[in-house]
Design a protein around this ligand. Sequence first.
Ligand code: FES
Length: 73
Amino acid sequence: MQDEEDELERRRRQVIESYKVVCICNKIRRGVIEKAIANGATTLDEIRRRTRAATGPCGAKRCGPVIAGMLRR
Ligand code: FES
């Protein structure tokens, strides 16, 4: 019973995390970037092409390091 509740809580947190905006300029959420990585994106350029993240006016100064961290994991 406790295991089921823990699993449910873990999934809830995952969903909440996936809705957090990573690229503020283009309003691209973490889940979109995670999906691109799961589908084979391995570089920041590939993430750019697939999601439009890191293509905004800040030049990826804000989201670039976060995306790079996601790619490393
Ligand atoms: S926050 Fe992603 S390009 Fe500016």
